[in-house]
Write a protein that binds this ligand. Structure first.
Ligand SMILES: [Zn+2]
Length: 165
């Protein structure tokens, strides 16, 4: 029997840092991208689906209705910057930098974003937005799970101690 089979304790991932779920309700390192959902600063009914591709830093940002983000012309918009900031909070700067294959001067969100912007990345197509948004909706479905004490790994992004609004 392996260790986990003979143990009464489930191994749990180290808890994620508390972060602002109201601003960036969903961020993940998946499909070769840092991608997620960012709330609109002005309209609570609108969210943006933002992503940055590893390696080339090709970026995309559009609304949940698939309208292009006005801020993401030529360079990263504020939604993408917020996405990187929250990704660093959730996954740690080292992991985010390694995933994106970027070599920042220091391990911080501004340095990671700055190093990518310095390469003048191009704007990618918005084809992935629908997939990202449906993954976000799938995550929301966990909120409807019956209460249980068994670990749900996907819930790790909820802060374990205090809520941050
Ligand atoms: Zn944007």
């Amino acid at each position: 029997m392996s260790d986990w089979e003979s143990s009464s304790l489930a191994r749990v991932l180290p808890p994620a840092s508390p972060r602002k779920l109201a601003k960036v309700p969903f961020v993940e390192l998946a499909d070769g991208r840092v991608q997620g959902v960012v709330s609109s600063g002005s309209d609570i009914g609108r969210v943006y689906v933002s992503s940055v591709l590893a390696g080339t830093f090709e970026f995309a940002c559009s609304t949940n209705n698939n309208r292009p983000c006005g801020g993401a012309r030529g360079s990263f918009c504020n939604h993408i910057l917020a996405l990187i900031t929250e990704a660093v909070l959730q996954y740690g700067a080292e992991r985010v930098a390694r995933y994106l294959r970027v070599e920042p001067d220091e391990l911080s969100a501004p340095a990671i974003s700055g190093a990518m912007v310095d390469t003048r990345p191009s704007q990618g197509d918005r084809g992935a937005a629908a997939a990202v948004f449906s993954r976000f909706l799938r995550h929301l479905a966990y909120l409807e799970l019956a209460p249980s004490t068994a670990p749900v790994p996907e819930m790790q992004w909820f802060p374990p101690t205090r809520a941050v609004v």
